[in-house]
Design a binder for this molecule. Structure first.
Ligand code: AMP
Ligand code: GLY
Length: 425
Protein backbone atom coordinates (compact mmCIF):
# COMPACT_ATOMS: atom_id res chain seq x y z
CA UNK A 1 0.00 0.00 0.00
CA UNK A 2 1.20 3.49 -0.83
CA UNK A 3 1.89 6.00 1.91
CA UNK A 4 -0.77 7.37 4.16
CA UNK A 5 -1.35 11.07 3.94
CA UNK A 6 -3.06 13.94 5.70
CA UNK A 7 -6.04 15.29 3.82
CA UNK A 8 -7.76 18.69 3.89
CA UNK A 9 -11.30 19.15 2.56
CA UNK A 10 -12.33 22.75 1.85
CA UNK A 11 -16.00 23.62 2.49
CA UNK A 12 -18.69 22.89 5.02
CA UNK A 13 -21.86 21.59 3.37
CA UNK A 14 -23.44 18.28 2.44
CA UNK A 15 -21.07 17.69 -0.47
CA UNK A 16 -18.06 18.20 1.78
CA UNK A 17 -19.57 15.82 4.33
CA UNK A 18 -19.88 13.15 1.63
CA UNK A 19 -16.29 13.83 0.51
CA UNK A 20 -14.90 13.72 4.08
CA UNK A 21 -16.89 10.57 4.87
CA UNK A 22 -15.61 8.78 1.77
CA UNK A 23 -12.01 9.99 2.06
CA UNK A 24 -11.86 9.04 5.76
CA UNK A 25 -12.79 5.44 4.85
CA UNK A 26 -9.63 5.04 2.83
CA UNK A 27 -6.76 3.12 4.39
CA UNK A 28 -4.59 5.78 2.75
CA UNK A 29 -6.02 8.54 4.95
CA UNK A 30 -3.97 9.52 8.00
CA UNK A 31 -5.56 12.65 9.51
CA UNK A 32 -8.53 14.22 7.72
CA UNK A 33 -9.25 17.94 8.27
CA UNK A 34 -12.12 20.03 6.98
CA UNK A 35 -12.28 23.83 6.78
CA UNK A 36 -14.67 24.90 8.15
CA UNK A 37 -16.72 21.65 8.24
CA UNK A 38 -19.93 21.24 10.24
CA UNK A 39 -21.32 19.12 13.09
CA UNK A 40 -21.66 16.00 10.90
CA UNK A 41 -18.29 16.34 9.24
CA UNK A 42 -16.78 16.44 12.74
CA UNK A 43 -17.53 12.69 13.00
CA UNK A 44 -14.95 11.93 10.30
CA UNK A 45 -12.64 14.93 10.22
CA UNK A 46 -11.05 17.54 12.45
CA UNK A 47 -12.87 20.77 11.69
CA UNK A 48 -10.74 23.89 11.49
CA UNK A 49 -12.27 27.38 11.55
CA UNK A 50 -10.83 28.74 8.31
CA UNK A 51 -13.11 30.25 5.68
CA UNK A 52 -12.99 28.70 2.18
CA UNK A 53 -12.38 32.24 0.90
CA UNK A 54 -9.19 32.71 2.93
CA UNK A 55 -6.86 31.04 0.45
CA UNK A 56 -3.61 32.12 2.11
CA UNK A 57 -4.73 30.82 5.49
CA UNK A 58 -5.71 27.49 3.90
CA UNK A 59 -2.31 27.16 2.22
CA UNK A 60 -0.54 28.06 5.50
CA UNK A 61 -2.60 25.42 7.29
CA UNK A 62 -1.78 22.81 4.64
CA UNK A 63 1.92 23.54 4.98
CA UNK A 64 1.88 23.50 8.78
CA UNK A 65 -0.06 20.22 8.96
CA UNK A 66 1.82 18.44 6.17
CA UNK A 67 -1.32 17.97 4.10
CA UNK A 68 -0.61 15.54 1.27
CA UNK A 69 -3.88 16.13 -0.58
CA UNK A 70 -6.36 19.02 -0.48
CA UNK A 71 -9.81 18.55 -2.01
CA UNK A 72 -11.91 21.64 -2.76
CA UNK A 73 -15.71 21.51 -2.55
CA UNK A 74 -17.15 24.90 -3.60
CA UNK A 75 -16.56 26.77 -6.86
CA UNK A 76 -15.65 30.18 -5.41
CA UNK A 77 -12.14 29.31 -4.11
CA UNK A 78 -11.44 27.45 -7.39
CA UNK A 79 -12.45 30.50 -9.43
CA UNK A 80 -10.27 32.61 -7.13
CA UNK A 81 -7.22 30.47 -7.87
CA UNK A 82 -6.76 28.25 -4.80
CA UNK A 83 -5.22 25.54 -6.97
CA UNK A 84 -2.68 27.90 -8.54
CA UNK A 85 -1.69 29.14 -5.06
CA UNK A 86 -1.28 25.64 -3.61
CA UNK A 87 0.70 24.42 -6.63
CA UNK A 88 2.99 27.45 -6.42
CA UNK A 89 3.71 26.44 -2.84
CA UNK A 90 4.40 22.84 -3.82
CA UNK A 91 1.18 21.54 -2.24
CA UNK A 92 -0.80 18.73 -3.86
CA UNK A 93 -4.42 19.77 -4.48
CA UNK A 94 -7.33 18.22 -6.39
CA UNK A 95 -9.25 20.78 -8.44
CA UNK A 96 -8.97 22.91 -11.58
CA UNK A 97 -6.68 25.91 -11.90
CA UNK A 98 -8.25 29.34 -12.05
CA UNK A 99 -8.00 29.23 -15.85
CA UNK A 100 -9.68 25.82 -16.05
CA UNK A 101 -12.38 26.82 -13.53
CA UNK A 102 -13.64 29.28 -16.19
CA UNK A 103 -15.66 26.35 -17.51
CA UNK A 104 -18.03 27.31 -14.65
CA UNK A 105 -17.00 30.85 -13.69
CA UNK A 106 -17.63 32.23 -17.19
CA UNK A 107 -20.60 30.93 -19.13
CA UNK A 108 -19.37 32.94 -22.12
CA UNK A 109 -15.98 31.23 -22.04
CA UNK A 110 -17.67 27.84 -21.67
CA UNK A 111 -20.13 28.35 -24.54
CA UNK A 112 -17.41 29.64 -26.86
CA UNK A 113 -15.23 26.64 -26.06
CA UNK A 114 -18.11 24.24 -26.77
CA UNK A 115 -18.90 25.99 -30.04
CA UNK A 116 -15.26 25.90 -31.09
CA UNK A 117 -14.81 22.19 -30.46
CA UNK A 118 -18.21 21.16 -31.78
CA UNK A 119 -19.74 19.86 -28.57
CA UNK A 120 -23.53 19.82 -28.98
CA UNK A 121 -25.12 22.66 -27.00
CA UNK A 122 -27.94 25.20 -27.47
CA UNK A 123 -27.42 28.15 -29.85
CA UNK A 124 -26.44 31.30 -28.03
CA UNK A 125 -25.47 34.95 -28.30
CA UNK A 126 -23.34 37.04 -25.94
CA UNK A 127 -24.12 40.65 -24.91
CA UNK A 128 -22.19 43.36 -23.09
CA UNK A 129 -24.84 45.96 -23.78
CA UNK A 130 -28.35 45.69 -22.24
CA UNK A 131 -30.05 47.54 -25.10
CA UNK A 132 -28.61 45.15 -27.65
CA UNK A 133 -29.62 42.19 -25.49
CA UNK A 134 -33.17 43.49 -25.22
CA UNK A 135 -33.58 44.14 -28.93
CA UNK A 136 -32.22 40.64 -29.66
CA UNK A 137 -35.05 39.23 -27.53
CA UNK A 138 -37.62 40.72 -29.94
CA UNK A 139 -36.69 38.11 -32.54
CA UNK A 140 -36.66 35.14 -30.19
CA UNK A 141 -39.51 32.78 -29.48
CA UNK A 142 -40.01 31.97 -25.76
CA UNK A 143 -39.06 30.09 -23.71
CA UNK A 144 -35.73 31.94 -23.71
CA UNK A 145 -32.82 31.25 -21.38
CA UNK A 146 -30.91 34.23 -19.94
CA UNK A 147 -27.67 33.55 -18.06
CA UNK A 148 -25.38 35.91 -16.18
CA UNK A 149 -21.82 35.27 -17.36
CA UNK A 150 -20.17 34.96 -13.95
CA UNK A 151 -20.74 33.11 -10.70
CA UNK A 152 -24.08 34.04 -9.14
CA UNK A 153 -24.48 31.45 -6.37
CA UNK A 154 -26.75 29.33 -8.57
CA UNK A 155 -29.19 32.22 -9.19
CA UNK A 156 -27.84 33.56 -12.48
CA UNK A 157 -30.02 31.48 -14.84
CA UNK A 158 -33.56 32.42 -15.85
CA UNK A 159 -35.65 30.16 -18.02
CA UNK A 160 -38.11 32.83 -19.20
CA UNK A 161 -41.58 31.73 -20.34
CA UNK A 162 -42.29 35.11 -21.96
CA UNK A 163 -40.26 37.86 -23.67
CA UNK A 164 -41.21 40.19 -20.84
CA UNK A 165 -39.73 37.81 -18.28
CA UNK A 166 -36.57 37.55 -20.37
CA UNK A 167 -36.33 41.36 -20.56
CA UNK A 168 -36.67 41.54 -16.80
CA UNK A 169 -33.88 39.00 -16.40
CA UNK A 170 -31.61 41.07 -18.66
CA UNK A 171 -32.53 44.21 -16.72
CA UNK A 172 -31.89 42.54 -13.34
CA UNK A 173 -28.49 41.15 -14.39
CA UNK A 174 -27.09 43.93 -16.58
CA UNK A 175 -28.68 47.13 -15.29
CA UNK A 176 -29.67 46.48 -11.67
CA UNK A 177 -26.57 44.30 -11.20
CA UNK A 178 -28.46 41.81 -9.03
CA UNK A 179 -25.38 39.53 -9.23
CA UNK A 180 -22.77 42.29 -9.18
CA UNK A 181 -20.10 42.13 -11.89
CA UNK A 182 -21.18 38.56 -12.74
CA UNK A 183 -24.09 40.02 -14.70
CA UNK A 184 -22.26 42.67 -16.71
CA UNK A 185 -22.35 40.20 -19.59
CA UNK A 186 -25.13 37.80 -20.38
CA UNK A 187 -25.60 34.78 -22.58
CA UNK A 188 -28.99 34.45 -24.24
CA UNK A 189 -29.51 30.84 -25.10
CA UNK A 190 -31.84 28.55 -26.95
CA UNK A 191 -34.18 26.67 -24.63
CA UNK A 192 -33.57 22.93 -24.76
CA UNK A 193 -36.48 20.66 -23.98
CA UNK A 194 -35.88 17.15 -22.74
CA UNK A 195 -34.68 15.17 -19.78
CA UNK A 196 -31.83 16.45 -17.66
CA UNK A 197 -29.01 14.33 -16.32
CA UNK A 198 -25.69 15.04 -14.62
CA UNK A 199 -22.38 13.29 -15.03
CA UNK A 200 -19.33 13.90 -12.92
CA UNK A 201 -15.93 12.75 -14.09
CA UNK A 202 -12.61 12.74 -12.30
CA UNK A 203 -10.11 14.27 -14.75
CA UNK A 204 -6.31 14.29 -14.84
CA UNK A 205 -5.94 16.90 -17.57
CA UNK A 206 -6.04 14.35 -20.37
CA UNK A 207 -8.16 11.39 -19.35
CA UNK A 208 -11.32 10.97 -17.36
CA UNK A 209 -12.82 8.46 -14.96
CA UNK A 210 -16.62 8.78 -15.05
CA UNK A 211 -18.65 8.50 -11.87
CA UNK A 212 -22.18 7.10 -12.07
CA UNK A 213 -24.79 9.39 -13.68
CA UNK A 214 -27.25 11.18 -11.41
CA UNK A 215 -30.19 13.56 -11.39
CA UNK A 216 -31.12 16.25 -8.91
CA UNK A 217 -34.42 17.83 -7.96
CA UNK A 218 -34.12 21.62 -7.89
CA UNK A 219 -37.65 22.79 -7.06
CA UNK A 220 -38.76 22.93 -3.48
CA UNK A 221 -42.07 21.04 -3.79
CA UNK A 222 -43.15 17.63 -5.08
CA UNK A 223 -43.71 17.25 -8.84
CA UNK A 224 -41.09 19.95 -9.49
CA UNK A 225 -43.28 22.80 -8.32
CA UNK A 226 -42.32 25.98 -6.48
CA UNK A 227 -39.15 28.06 -6.48
CA UNK A 228 -35.70 26.71 -7.19
CA UNK A 229 -33.40 25.67 -4.37
CA UNK A 230 -29.82 24.56 -4.12
CA UNK A 231 -31.19 21.01 -4.57
CA UNK A 232 -33.82 19.08 -2.59
CA UNK A 233 -32.47 15.64 -3.42
CA UNK A 234 -30.67 13.49 -5.94
CA UNK A 235 -30.56 9.92 -7.15
CA UNK A 236 -28.29 7.57 -9.03
CA UNK A 237 -28.41 5.62 -11.31
CA UNK A 238 -30.69 7.38 -13.81
CA UNK A 239 -32.96 4.76 -15.39
CA UNK A 240 -33.17 6.34 -18.87
CA UNK A 241 -29.38 6.44 -19.24
CA UNK A 242 -28.64 3.27 -21.17
CA UNK A 243 -25.02 2.15 -21.64
CA UNK A 244 -25.21 3.59 -25.19
CA UNK A 245 -26.32 7.00 -23.95
CA UNK A 246 -23.65 6.98 -21.26
CA UNK A 247 -21.03 6.31 -23.91
CA UNK A 248 -22.52 9.05 -26.10
CA UNK A 249 -22.27 11.53 -23.21
CA UNK A 250 -18.60 10.71 -22.70
CA UNK A 251 -17.67 10.55 -26.39
CA UNK A 252 -19.56 13.57 -27.70
CA UNK A 253 -19.50 15.90 -24.67
CA UNK A 254 -17.14 15.09 -21.82
CA UNK A 255 -14.01 13.90 -23.65
CA UNK A 256 -14.08 16.55 -26.40
CA UNK A 257 -14.50 19.26 -23.73
CA UNK A 258 -11.54 17.90 -21.80
CA UNK A 259 -9.43 17.79 -24.97
CA UNK A 260 -10.45 21.31 -25.94
CA UNK A 261 -9.47 22.65 -22.53
CA UNK A 262 -6.01 21.15 -22.83
CA UNK A 263 -5.70 22.70 -26.31
CA UNK A 264 -6.70 26.11 -24.88
CA UNK A 265 -3.82 25.85 -22.42
CA UNK A 266 -6.18 25.22 -19.50
CA UNK A 267 -5.95 21.47 -18.92
CA UNK A 268 -8.65 20.32 -16.53
CA UNK A 269 -7.64 18.47 -13.38
CA UNK A 270 -10.49 17.95 -10.93
CA UNK A 271 -14.10 16.86 -10.96
CA UNK A 272 -15.77 18.01 -14.16
CA UNK A 273 -19.53 18.16 -13.76
CA UNK A 274 -21.54 18.11 -16.96
CA UNK A 275 -25.20 19.14 -16.83
CA UNK A 276 -26.73 17.51 -19.91
CA UNK A 277 -30.11 17.50 -21.62
CA UNK A 278 -31.38 14.50 -23.55
CA UNK A 279 -33.18 16.26 -26.40
CA UNK A 280 -34.89 14.80 -29.47
CA UNK A 281 -31.59 15.36 -31.26
CA UNK A 282 -29.58 13.51 -28.65
CA UNK A 283 -27.56 14.68 -25.67
CA UNK A 284 -26.53 18.34 -25.46
CA UNK A 285 -24.49 20.22 -22.86
CA UNK A 286 -26.44 22.72 -20.73
CA UNK A 287 -23.64 23.78 -18.44
CA UNK A 288 -20.48 22.66 -16.73
CA UNK A 289 -19.46 23.00 -13.12
CA UNK A 290 -15.85 22.91 -12.00
CA UNK A 291 -16.49 20.79 -8.89
CA UNK A 292 -18.49 17.96 -7.39
CA UNK A 293 -22.28 18.49 -7.49
CA UNK A 294 -24.31 19.16 -4.40
CA UNK A 295 -26.47 17.15 -3.59
CA UNK A 296 -25.43 14.76 -6.40
CA UNK A 297 -22.26 13.81 -4.51
CA UNK A 298 -24.34 12.65 -1.55
CA UNK A 299 -25.95 10.05 -3.86
CA UNK A 300 -22.98 9.25 -6.10
CA UNK A 301 -20.06 8.95 -3.68
CA UNK A 302 -21.73 6.29 -1.48
CA UNK A 303 -22.07 4.13 -4.62
CA UNK A 304 -18.42 4.36 -5.47
CA UNK A 305 -16.39 1.28 -4.69
CA UNK A 306 -13.04 2.73 -5.70
CA UNK A 307 -10.76 4.24 -3.06
CA UNK A 308 -11.31 7.99 -3.37
CA UNK A 309 -7.87 8.95 -2.05
CA UNK A 310 -6.19 6.74 -4.67
CA UNK A 311 -8.44 8.10 -7.38
CA UNK A 312 -7.97 11.80 -6.61
CA UNK A 313 -4.25 11.39 -6.12
CA UNK A 314 -3.98 9.57 -9.44
CA UNK A 315 -5.82 12.47 -11.10
CA UNK A 316 -3.50 15.05 -9.59
CA UNK A 317 -0.45 13.14 -10.78
CA UNK A 318 -1.83 12.46 -14.26
CA UNK A 319 -2.22 8.69 -14.06
CA UNK A 320 -5.91 7.87 -13.77
CA UNK A 321 -6.77 4.17 -13.82
CA UNK A 322 -8.89 2.60 -16.54
CA UNK A 323 -12.61 3.12 -16.34
CA UNK A 324 -14.62 1.33 -13.68
CA UNK A 325 -17.29 -1.30 -14.19
CA UNK A 326 -20.81 0.07 -13.65
CA UNK A 327 -21.66 0.22 -9.99
CA UNK A 328 -24.38 -2.13 -8.77
CA UNK A 329 -26.21 -0.45 -5.90
CA UNK A 330 -28.55 2.51 -6.15
CA UNK A 331 -28.60 5.59 -3.92
CA UNK A 332 -31.14 8.30 -3.21
CA UNK A 333 -30.48 11.46 -1.17
CA UNK A 334 -33.42 13.34 0.37
CA UNK A 335 -32.68 16.85 1.63
CA UNK A 336 -34.36 18.01 4.85
CA UNK A 337 -34.65 21.80 4.85
CA UNK A 338 -35.49 24.51 7.38
CA UNK A 339 -38.99 25.99 7.51
CA UNK A 340 -39.20 28.87 5.02
CA UNK A 341 -36.32 27.69 2.81
CA UNK A 342 -35.56 28.70 0.01
CA UNK A 343 -36.90 32.00 1.36
CA UNK A 344 -36.10 33.40 4.78
CA UNK A 345 -35.65 30.66 7.36
CA UNK A 346 -34.79 30.28 11.01
CA UNK A 347 -31.83 28.40 12.47
CA UNK A 348 -30.88 27.06 15.88
CA UNK A 349 -33.64 24.41 15.99
CA UNK A 350 -32.58 21.23 17.84
CA UNK A 351 -32.42 18.15 15.59
CA UNK A 352 -33.85 14.93 17.02
CA UNK A 353 -33.33 11.35 15.87
CA UNK A 354 -29.82 11.57 14.40
CA UNK A 355 -28.58 8.66 16.54
CA UNK A 356 -31.52 6.46 15.57
CA UNK A 357 -30.92 7.19 11.87
CA UNK A 358 -27.19 6.51 12.28
CA UNK A 359 -27.95 3.00 13.54
CA UNK A 360 -30.01 2.09 10.46
CA UNK A 361 -28.44 -0.10 7.83
CA UNK A 362 -28.26 1.37 4.31
CA UNK A 363 -28.82 4.91 5.64
CA UNK A 364 -26.14 7.60 5.76
CA UNK A 365 -26.96 11.07 7.08
CA UNK A 366 -24.92 13.89 5.56
CA UNK A 367 -25.02 17.26 7.31
CA UNK A 368 -25.38 20.36 5.16
CA UNK A 369 -26.21 23.13 7.63
CA UNK A 370 -25.76 22.04 11.26
CA UNK A 371 -23.90 23.22 14.31
CA UNK A 372 -23.01 21.58 17.60
CA UNK A 373 -24.10 23.47 20.73
CA UNK A 374 -24.25 22.55 24.41
CA UNK A 375 -27.85 21.47 23.78
CA UNK A 376 -26.82 19.12 21.01
CA UNK A 377 -26.84 19.48 17.23
CA UNK A 378 -29.01 22.30 15.88
CA UNK A 379 -29.98 23.58 12.43
CA UNK A 380 -27.63 26.19 10.95
CA UNK A 381 -28.66 26.59 7.31
CA UNK A 382 -31.46 26.40 4.76
CA UNK A 383 -30.58 22.89 3.70
CA UNK A 384 -29.92 21.05 6.95
CA UNK A 385 -29.38 17.36 6.16
CA UNK A 386 -29.09 15.06 3.17
CA UNK A 387 -30.34 11.62 4.11
CA UNK A 388 -28.99 9.02 1.70
CA UNK A 389 -30.50 5.55 1.34
CA UNK A 390 -28.80 2.68 -0.45
CA UNK A 391 -30.46 -0.35 -1.98
CA UNK A 392 -30.22 -2.95 -4.71
CA UNK A 393 -32.41 -0.79 -6.94
CA UNK A 394 -33.96 2.69 -6.82
CA UNK A 395 -37.19 1.66 -5.05
CA UNK A 396 -35.14 -0.01 -2.29
CA UNK A 397 -32.88 3.04 -2.02
CA UNK A 398 -35.92 5.36 -1.86
CA UNK A 399 -37.41 3.25 0.94
CA UNK A 400 -34.14 3.34 2.89
CA UNK A 401 -33.77 7.12 2.48
CA UNK A 402 -37.30 7.82 3.73
CA UNK A 403 -36.86 5.42 6.66
CA UNK A 404 -33.94 7.63 7.67
CA UNK A 405 -35.86 10.86 7.08
CA UNK A 406 -38.79 9.67 9.18
CA UNK A 407 -36.52 8.96 12.13
CA UNK A 408 -35.30 12.58 12.16
CA UNK A 409 -37.22 15.71 13.10
CA UNK A 410 -36.78 19.40 13.84
CA UNK A 411 -39.27 22.25 14.09
CA UNK A 412 -40.28 23.48 10.65
CA UNK A 413 -38.52 20.65 8.75
CA UNK A 414 -39.73 20.05 5.21
CA UNK A 415 -38.64 17.74 2.43
CA UNK A 416 -39.90 16.38 -0.84
CA UNK A 417 -41.66 13.04 -0.83
CA UNK A 418 -40.99 12.16 -4.46
CA UNK A 419 -37.19 12.08 -4.71
CA UNK A 420 -36.08 9.43 -7.19
CA UNK A 421 -39.55 9.13 -8.72
CA UNK A 422 -39.62 11.86 -11.33
CA UNK A 423 -42.54 11.46 -13.73
CA UNK A 424 -41.29 10.92 -17.28
CA UNK A 425 -37.69 10.82 -16.03
P1 AMP B 1 -27.18 26.34 -14.85
O1 AMP B 1 -26.98 27.31 -13.72
O2 AMP B 1 -26.54 26.70 -16.13
O3 AMP B 1 -26.98 24.98 -14.32
O4 AMP B 1 -28.73 26.27 -15.16
C1 AMP B 1 -29.62 25.92 -14.15
C2 AMP B 1 -30.74 25.12 -14.73
O5 AMP B 1 -31.42 25.86 -15.72
C3 AMP B 1 -30.29 23.85 -15.44
O6 AMP B 1 -30.06 22.80 -14.56
C4 AMP B 1 -31.50 23.61 -16.34
O7 AMP B 1 -32.54 23.00 -15.62
C5 AMP B 1 -31.90 25.00 -16.73
N1 AMP B 1 -31.30 25.37 -18.01
C6 AMP B 1 -30.10 25.95 -18.23
N2 AMP B 1 -29.89 26.13 -19.54
C7 AMP B 1 -30.97 25.68 -20.18
C8 AMP B 1 -31.35 25.58 -21.56
N3 AMP B 1 -30.58 26.03 -22.55
N4 AMP B 1 -32.54 25.03 -21.84
C9 AMP B 1 -33.35 24.58 -20.85
N5 AMP B 1 -33.05 24.64 -19.55
C10 AMP B 1 -31.87 25.19 -19.20
N1 GLY C 1 -26.82 20.30 -8.08
C1 GLY C 1 -26.26 21.19 -9.01
C2 GLY C 1 -24.95 21.71 -8.64
O1 GLY C 1 -24.21 21.15 -7.86
O2 GLY C 1 -24.61 22.75 -9.18
Amino acid sequence: MADRLNILVVGGGGREHALSWKLAQSPRAARVFCAPGNAGIAQHAECVPISPSDLEALADFAQQHEIGLTVVGPEAPLAEGIVDLFRARGLQIFGPSRAAARIESSKVWCKRLLAKCGVPTGDFAVFDDPDEAISYLDDREPPIVVKADGLAAGKGVTVARTREEARQAVQAAMVDRAFGEAGSRVVIEEFLAGREVSVMAICDGENLYPLPFSQDHKQVYDDDRGPNTGGMGAFSPVPFITPDLAEQALETIMRPTLRAMAEEGAPYVGCLYGGLMLTEEGLKALEFNCRFGDPESQAVLPRLEADLVDLLEAAVSGRLPAEPPQEGRAAVCVVMASGGYPGKYETGRPIRGLDAAARMSDVVVFHAGTRRTEQGIVTAGGRVLGVTGLGDDLPAAIAAAYRGVEAISFDGAHYRRDIGRRKGG
